[in-house]
Design a protein around this ligand. Structure first.
Ligand code: 13P
Length: 252
């Protein structure tokens, strides 16, 4: 039985003043959801604030990206060691917004995942197809290609120290989530591909769904056999909505 993880991705949103109330609400809310893991992925400048407010709570914190390089002349990048300094448990890698805006390749995303794991940070590795790719019938080919790059770089056994997230690009920020059938089909296909390499890793891996998750659709999505939680964008900025998704995960 895999535990459920509800992770908020704040993206480039928040301020010291706004975050304070949100983090306190999430800290209090997580305390009454003992069966669900909760986490927030905050912008780099707010990691210290998240650490300060969430230390000792049942909500973990992490970053939205990390460099694959250990240190050096990489202006604007943030290393695994720096995230460890801020006591991050997780970092997202390969979010579609970074793949699209920063031209991150499958190989680079895989290298980031490997760097995170080697530094004892759990990467939440995002995969997902665009609308054009889905309409062309290429969904599984795209997510398999993205996953295979990670498997080639990490090897299947180190994948056991990661979390996978299926985020169809067309469902992100659009209000239009994948249907339960669409989500389950891709999650099951991802798990099968990993299970074919190592059954134990496949059976144990948490695979999150992301893309317009909200209180109204969370119960249905979280109840799917191969969905082990959610990566939540917009709704993670509203404490009541984020906690409602956490409660849905606890009851699903
Ligand atoms: P939304 O929940 O706002 O659609 O964003 C999903 C996402 O990109 C999480 O990483």
């Amino acid at each position: 039985m895999r535990n459920k993880l509800i992770a908020g991705n704040w993206k480039m949103q928040g301020s010291l003043a706004e975050n304070s109330a949100l983090l306190q609400s999430v800290s209090a809310g997580a305390a009454i959801l003992p069966t669900v893991s909760m986490a927030v992925m905050v912008p780099f400048p707010y990691l210290a604030q998240a650490q300060s407010i969430l230390t000792g709570s049942r909500c973990a914190w992490g970053a939205q990206d990390v460099s694959e390089e250990p240190s050096g002349a990489f202006t604007g990048e943030v290393s695994v060691a720096m995230l460890l300094d801020m006591v991050c448990l997780y970092t997202i890698v390969g979010h579609s917004e970074r793949r699209a805006r920063h031209a991150e390749t499958d190989a680079r995303v895989a290298a980031k995942a490997r760097a995170a794991i080697e530094g004892s940070i759990i990467p939440i590795i995002c995969v997902g197809e665009t609308l054009a790719e889905r309409e062309a019938g290429h969904t599984l080919a795209v997510v398999h290609r993205q996953l295979d790059a990670v498997l080639a770089c990490l090897g299947v056994h180190r994948l056991a120290q990661a979390v996978l997230a299926y985020e169809p690009v067309w469902a992100i920020g659009t209000g239009r989530s994948a249907t339960p059938e669409q989500a389950q089909e891709v999650h099951a296909a991802l798990r099968l591909r990993i299970s074919n390499a190592d059954w134990v890793v496949g059976a144990g891996l948490q695979i999150l769904y992301g893309g317009s998750v909200k209180p109204s659709n969370a119960l249905e999505l979280m109840g799917l056999p191969d969905v082990d939680g959610a990566l939540v964008g917009g709704a993670s900025l509203v404490a009541d909505d984020f906690m409602a998704i956490g409660r849905a995960a606890a009851t699903a």
